[in-house]
Design a protein around this ligand. Structure first.
Ligand SMILES: [Zn+2]
Ligand SMILES: [Zn+2]
Length: 147
């Protein structure tokens, strides 16, 4: 993914009225290194051992700030939990309704076409187009077949 520089991060946080603290930087770096579209709980559990004073609330606030600054996507809500992506380049997602796994799908032609056509469908201005493919992942299909 496109790596966020410290400078970009600092201005994103300033825009959201927050300081870029060591805790928030750690959360950003964790998100940037993951491809599983974690929710806040998973991010919290991953960074907590490295920074004991980290709170769940800090992770929530950080993710909200990143999202409003356009530096993270809230890609889906699965079982009531928002799932985040640090990669904000155009790409689609495949969500498994059974296990909640969310995979990246490379932006193929149909996806790019949709993004470029979207502006013709609405009167307002388009910031981004999200494409979510929903189904059942191979692991869940295999498990179901074996049962
Ligand atoms: Zn699955
Ligand atoms: Zn993604």
């Amino acid at each position: 993914m496109k790596r966020m520089t410290d400078r970009q991060l600092r201005s994103a946080f300033n825009a959201a009225g927050l300081r870029l603290t060591r805790q928030r930087l750690l959360i950003c770096r964790e998100l940037a290194g993951r491809y599983d579209h974690p929710d806040v709980e998973h991010l919290y559990r991953a960074v907590k051992p490295r920074m004991r004073q980290m709170s769940l609330f800090t992770v929530y606030r950080t993710m909200n700030a990143l999202e409003s600054a356009g530096m993270a996507w809230r890609v889906a809500t699965w079982k009531g939990h928002a799932r985040y992506d640090g990669n904000v380049e155009t790409h689609a997602h495949f969500l498994c309704e059974k296990c909640g796994r969310i995979d990246n799908v490379a932006a193929h032609d149909a996806c790019r076409e949709m993004a470029s056509q979207a502006q013709k469908c609405v009167e307002g201005s388009v910031r981004r187009v999200e494409m979510m493919i929903v189904g059942e992942c191979v692991a869940c299909q295999t498990a179901a077949a074996g049962a």
